[in-house]
Ligand binder design. Structure first.
Ligand code: SF4
Length: 236
């Protein structure tokens, strides 16, 4: 087997997985350590097999663009726990958990105009040991919104109270006491220049407006005052 290439080994692994005629395949990092063209081949193969054999995948990966491409539902994990679950559009376009927002802000944006309106969130500190996780919210040691309540209470993975009655894609499960919708990159398509309407400059303005329009005011149940100044733990 050591003489096979990485892509060949992945295909062999997929063939072995299919041998028992499964309904579900758990694919743990199936495209990591492959070069981009081979990644595309493996993802296309998985797509084709899914349609042909009516398969479901549990797809575990760190590459957010591939996760979005292949997934119908996305779960974001931090330190061994789910922190946010929703459809791909809910998670990517309307994230409400600070960790998801920080992850998405790290995705490279190829369009220079869109990049200008991307809010980069830098997390400080190291990931704590899963053997000795922080009390309360596991993300609190790196979260710029952490307050006393985060130390004392484990946030449940559920639709936050602030969104229970909302008719919005932000209404999905998020394990945060202070969940707020925040779009960190402009929505797709808002930067397309429209002939006769001011071109790229106006398009960039529309993108900024669209990004601002998705930010909701703070949750009504926030009861411990405003979060600390963002400059102390976040660089934009
Ligand atoms: S519960 Fe608190 S520490 Fe955890 S993600 Fe939400 S604001 Fe941050």
């Amino acid at each position: 087997p050591h003489q096979f290439s990485g892509g060949q080994r992945q295909r062999i692994g997929i063939a072995r997985g299919l041998a028992l005629n499964p309904e579900i395949i758990v694919a743990d990092e199936p495209v990591s350590a492959l070069d981009v063209s081979v990644q595309a081949q493996v993802v296309n193969l998985l797509d084709r097999l899914q349609a042909e054999f009516n398969l479901s995948y549990v797809f575990i990966a760190h590459d957010l663009s591939i996760v979005r491409h292949i997934s119908d539902r996305v779960g974001v994990m931090y330190l061994g726990r789910f922190v946010e679950i929703g459809t791909d559009a809910e998670i990517y376009d309307h994230p409400t958990h600070p960790y998801t927002q920080a992850l998405l802000s790290a995705v490279p944006v190829p369009d220079p105009a869109a990049r200008e309106f991307r809010e980069r969130i830098i997390l400080h500190g190291d990931v704590p040991s899963p053997a000795n996780p922080p009390s309360g919210c596991r993300f609190r040691t790196r979260c710029w919104k952490a307050q006393k309540r985060c130390e004392l209470e484990v946030p449940l993975l559920a639709v936050p109270a602030a969104f229970l009655d909302a008719d919005s894609p932000a209404r999905h499960a998020s394990a945060c006491h202070f969940a707020e919708e925040k779009r960190v990159v402009p929505p797709e398509g808002t930067l397309d220049a429209v002939p006769g309407e001011g071109g790229q400059e106006d398009a960039a303005g529309r993108a900024a407006e669209a990004a601002q329009a998705t930010e909701r005011p703070g949750p009504a149940d926030r009861d411990e005052g405003p979060p600390p100044p963002s400059g102390s733990s976040r660089a934009v």
